[in-house]
Write a protein that binds this ligand. Structure first.
Ligand SMILES: [Zn+2]
Length: 280
């Protein structure tokens, strides 16, 4: 069984914001799934995707990626990755992605990719392995408790695009007329955050900020390069973190919801790694 709530990047940045009812809905689904077994498998899909950012080699951007259907051997490797959701995620990428641009997948390449590209690749691996539809059965509506059967095509999951794929630095307005120049976090940054073992969210935020804030332009024109994250005011820290979370491209697994026809209400249904690869 894959870990439940996991190392998806938007969660690394935003913390666990899923409302309790949504978590309850997902848990009910997973419990049910454990009893009833196999996911519904439809036709495996297209194995090529275009990443939002991709990789840059000598000034040229490569965004085409090829994934493959996971085999039993891959499944064993993923199970052997243990309970660390980051390791599971990493193993999924290393086993399920064939190429990015002209390069075969490897650890270094995986670390270089934007968090959002990594999450999009995982979606493509899921599609190649189990098809495009997530099938939910007997999912309790969090408002009226009626049990719902639901088919969610992967492309119904909200997806954020980059306005300009080749833009690598962004301006974030701070207080007192200053501007932070930032880059978006990658797999490497995510790994660094997750080594902060005590789960201290402020320290994790500092790690991301220390890595992603390249410089501060002050109102008087002075520039501070690589400012220590602890030197930023709380509101500036918040502004940068929000920008990083909002701008990171790719699927927003945690933001999926559906409208229950019977009661007309919106039901949050965050999609976890365990839901994507259920049956593994
Ligand atoms: Zn309902």
């Amino acid at each position: 069984m894959l870990p439940d709530f996991d190392a998806f990047g938007d969660q690394t940045l935003k913390g666990l914001e899923a409302p309790e009812e949504a978590t309850a809905a997902t848990q009910a689904l997973l419990k049910d799934d454990r009893n009833s077994g196999e996911p519904a498998i439809d036709e495996p899909g297209e194995n090529h995707i275009t990443l939002e950012r991709g990789i840059c080699r000598e000034g040229v951007w490569y965004r085409e990626a090829e994934v493959k259907e996971l085999t039993g051997a891959d499944e064993e490797a993923i199970a052997a990755a243990g309970s660390s959701s980051y390791k599971v995620f990493e193993t999924l990428l290393l086993r399920g992605v064939r190429t990015i641009g002209n390069e075969f997948m490897n650890r270094k390449l995986a670390a270089e990719l934007l968090i959002g590209d990594r999450e999009f690749l995982v979606m493509a691996i899921r599609r190649a392995t189990f098809g495009n539809d997530l099938e939910f059965e007997q999912l309790p509506c969090s408002h009226c408790q009626e049990l719902v059967d639901l088919t969610v095509p992967l492309d119904a999951i909200p997806f954020t695009r980059l306005e300009n794929s080749e833009q690598t630095e962004f301006d974030v307005p701070l207080r007192r007329g200053a501007t932070a120049v930032v880059r978006l976090p990658t797999g490497d940054d995510q790994a660094a955050v997750l080594t902060i073992k005590d789960g201290n969210a402020a320290k994790q935020d500092s790690e991301i900020l220390g890595r992603c804030v390249l410089r501060i332009r002050h109102a008087d024109g002075a520039v501070t390069r690589r400012p220590p994250a602890t030197s930023l005011s709380m509101s500036d820290r918040k502004a940068v973190l929000k920008f990083l979370a909002d701008t990171q491209p790719g699927p927003r697994y945690g933001d999926f919801s559906f409208v229950h026809e019977t009661c007309g209400k919106e039901v949050p249904l965050p999609i976890s790694l365990a839901v994507l690869f259920r049956g593994m």
